[in-house]
Design a binder for this molecule. Structure first.
Ligand SMILES: O=C(O)C1=C[C@@H](OP(=O)(O)O)[C@@H](O)[C@H](O)C1
Ligand SMILES: C=C(OP(=O)(O)O)C(=O)O
Length: 423
């Protein structure tokens, strides 16, 4: 089962290409709602982004002409830019610092639920860098960034315990700051979640020729750099491989995913260590990852702080396991597309499950499940969690499977193919 490109890599490459000093090519990008929103946002800010060449199985490569620097930028931009963030964390967090570099006002808003996703550390970080941001005190969307054409750089302290994206956002835009950015995470003890995503940011910056450094798990530094154009190929989305691998796990079947990278910063690479804990076997040979499910799924005790976006898929497997499970380190999932801890507890329990929330995760005890309606809460990973449970429990209906378009518009067709013909 071939998986389209990584959302996280696609949207990072797009942002960096928009900030480079020459044209770039991004090969095998993801085409999904989140990446289309990113493309639309960067176009609004003056980047020219066009498909090039014959489309591959998942769409065409993209050429990106960067946002011009200085007064030339004004010619390419509408007078007042409005950016629709949808429900995309990468758009609502990564684009405001880019807008801060322009001599213009840019407004940001999104889906109704986007207005409750945390934005405070991006807003405060920008203000500490001298940028004017109007948010009416809410710390959320909607907001306006009033750029003056430059951002000075310096040392910024933020509390990034709510999302690693706060760190990535400031680091990506820092390539065009006037001076180096030193970014420090300071909290009352909670660390930065999803650290592989910060490592991904450091890696794509370095790949683009930027002097970016991880000093520790709470401190990073980026030197402003005139970046040449990028020519990069997006890896398959290993988090989106999850539901297909889970299908093998819950049915005792086998699923193979081609083009699994031998080195990656994607948190989805954690599948290789997570699936064996459920009793499955995983084999990576010749770039193909093959997972085979056990006769009975074991319960697991997992700290998912490094890969929280895998939690809904993991929770679906836990709900079908024969033993009790505990998922830890994922308090910040309450600020994702929906409050994922509450949503998973509610929906699995509605099917007869036995799920309890803890301060930082879920306890999922075995219980016989029955059919019913599984709600998605406009969350692509809730929808796919329901699909996994539906493989084992009769008469489970999913509300709004179309929400998978956020990162995998082809999910329904791929799932139907897998279920009917195998992979
Ligand atoms: O930077 C990124 O591309 C992402 C970082 C993570 O965010 P959190 O740190 O908020 O979990 C992840 O869950 C999200 O899906 C994508
Ligand atoms: C948390 C997620 O997305 P976002 O990039 O919108 O934060 C996700 O895809 O699981």
């Amino acid at each position: 089962m071939a998986i389209p490109g990584s959302k996280s890599l696609t949207n990072r490459y797009l942002v960096l290409a928009a900030l480079a000093s020459e044209a770039s090519v991004v090969r095998k990008p993801l085409y999904s709602r989140d990446s289309q929103l990113m493309i639309a946002a960067l176009r609004q800010l003056g980047a020219v982004i066009e498909p090039i060449g014959a489309p591959g199985p998942f769409g065409a490569d993209l050429s990106i002409t960067p946002i011009p620097e200085g007064p030339a930028a004004d010619a390419r931009r509408p007078e007042l830019c409005h950016i629709d963030c949808g429900l995309a964390g990468t758009v609502m967090r990564f684009v405001p610092p880019v807008a801060a570099l322009l001599n213009a006002d840019t407004t940001f808003d999104g889906d109704p639920h986007a207005r409750v996703r945390p934005m405070g550390p991006v807003i405060h970080g920008l203000r500490d860098l001298g940028v004017t941001v109007h948010d009416e005190g809410s710390g959320t969307l909607p907001l306006t960034v009033s750029g003056t054409g430059s951002v000075r750089g310096g040392t910024v302290r933020i509390d990034a315990s709510g999302s690693s994206q706060f760190v990535s956002a400031l680091m990506l835009a820092a390539v065009r700051f006037d001076g180096p950015l030193v970014l420090k995470h300071e909290s009352d003890g909670a660390g930065v979640p999803s650290l592989p995503h910060v490592a991904m940011t450091v890696e794509v910056l370095r790949e683009a020729g930027v002097n970016a450094t991880r000093i520790s798990d709470t401190e990073w530094r980026v030197e402003p750099t005139r970046m040449p154009g990028l020519d990069v190929t997006v890896e398959p989305d290993l988090s989106n491989a999850g539901p297909f691998l889970a299908a093998a796990m819950v049915t005792g079947g086998t699923v193979s995913i081609p083009d699994w990278p031998s080195h990656t910063t994607q948190g989805g690479d954690h599948w290789r260590s997570i699936l064996p804990q459920f009793g499955g076997t995983v084999d990576l040979a010749g770039g193909v990852l093959t997972a085979t499910g056990p006769a009975q799924l074991s319960g697991v005790d997992l700290d998912l702080s490094e890969a929280g976006e895998l939690a809904p898929t993991v929770a679906a497997m836990c709900a079908l396991a024969t033993g009790p499970s505990q998922l830890r380190g994922i308090a910040h999932l309450r600020g994702h597309e929906t409050d994922r801890l509450a949503a998973l507890r509610t929906e699995i329990n509605q099917l007869g499950g036995n799920v309890a929330e803890t301060a930082d995760g879920l306890i999922i005890d075995p219980a016989p499940l029955h059919g019913g309606l599984f709600h998605s809460y406009d969350d692509h990973r809730m929808a796919t969690a329901g699909a996994i449970i539906g493989l084992r429990v009769a008469d489970v209906s999913l509300e709004n499977i179309g929400t998978t378009a956020k990162t995998l518009p082809d999910f329904s067709r791929m799932w139907t193919t897998l279920v009917n013909h195998g992979a």
